[in-house]
Write a protein that binds this ligand. Structure first.
Ligand code: 5GP
Length: 216
């Protein structure tokens, strides 16, 4: 079987990049850095039922929705995937992803392992990147810096982080975020190399491939 086959929802040159991490690994900063450096990459804005954090903007960071609205979107088939994470619902809207990839844009999804599995079922060529902290001590330290020192809360976050990291082996690439600049360069490199994959290149340059007699 061809390794670059596209599914029904995946007919186009734009790639899907899945980025997952336990909280405290520095995923959001790395994703922001990547988006600032790569004008061809679009960030998927997820829906969530969790409350906005200070500074978060509706429509930019998330679409903040009530549970009833989330369930409506899910039941109407408008979500490409959804999952319950830390007691809240999160989901990816189907339409923007289908449209962006159809137009040839690469799309980045910040997503948990459950969502990543569902996306892979529809987009077999999706590239998965898992971001790890450099050590358990460092992860603990970063979780402490997140506002509370309540040992019970920290313990709960560490447990959740362990649960997420148990699925790191479902991702093609792993970045260890010890040094931010190095980790960001590695993430940029993964995106760059992803664009050179046979499936991406043959879709992007279909006329050339046809002219050269290369079967896709
Ligand atoms: P946070 O609430 O801290 O922004 O995100 C919590 C977790 O939910 C993170 O692991 C994040 O990757 C995940 N997440 C964010 N958006 C989505 C989504 O659309 N689908 C899924 N499955 N997980 C998501």
């Amino acid at each position: 079987m061809s390794t670059h086959s596209f599914s029904k929802d995946d007919p186009r040159p734009g790639s899907v990049l899945l980025v997952a991490a336990p909280s405290g690994a520095g995923k959001s900063s790395l994703v922001r850095g990547l988006l600032a450096r790569d004008p061809h990459l679009r960030l998927s804005v997820s829906c969530t039922t969790r409350e906005p954090r200070p500074g978060e903007v509706d429509g930019r960071d998330y679409h903040f929705v009530r549970q009833a609205e989330f369930e409506h979107l899910r039941d109407a088939g408008e979500l490409l995937e959804w999952a319950r994470v830390h007691g809240n619902y999160y989901g990816t809207l189907r339409q923007p992803i289908v449209e962006a990839t159809r137009e040839g844009h690469d799309v980045l999804l910040e997503i948990d392992w459950q969502g990543a599995r569902q996306i892979r079922a529809r987009y077999p060529s999706a590239i998965g990147v898992f971001i790890l902290p450099p050590s358990i001590e460092e992860l603990e330290k970063r979780l402490h810096l997140r506002g509370t020192d309540d040992p019970a809360v920290i313990a709960q976050r560490l447990l959740a982080a362990g649960g997420e990291m148990a699925h790191a082996n479902e991702f093609e690439y792993v970045i260890i975020n010890q040094d931010f600049t190095t980790a960001l360069a590695e993430l940029c490199e993964i995106v760059r190399v992803g664009r050179l994959r046979f499936g991406a290149q043959s879709a992007r340059h279909s006329q050339l491939f046809q002219q050269l007699g290369i079967s896709v």
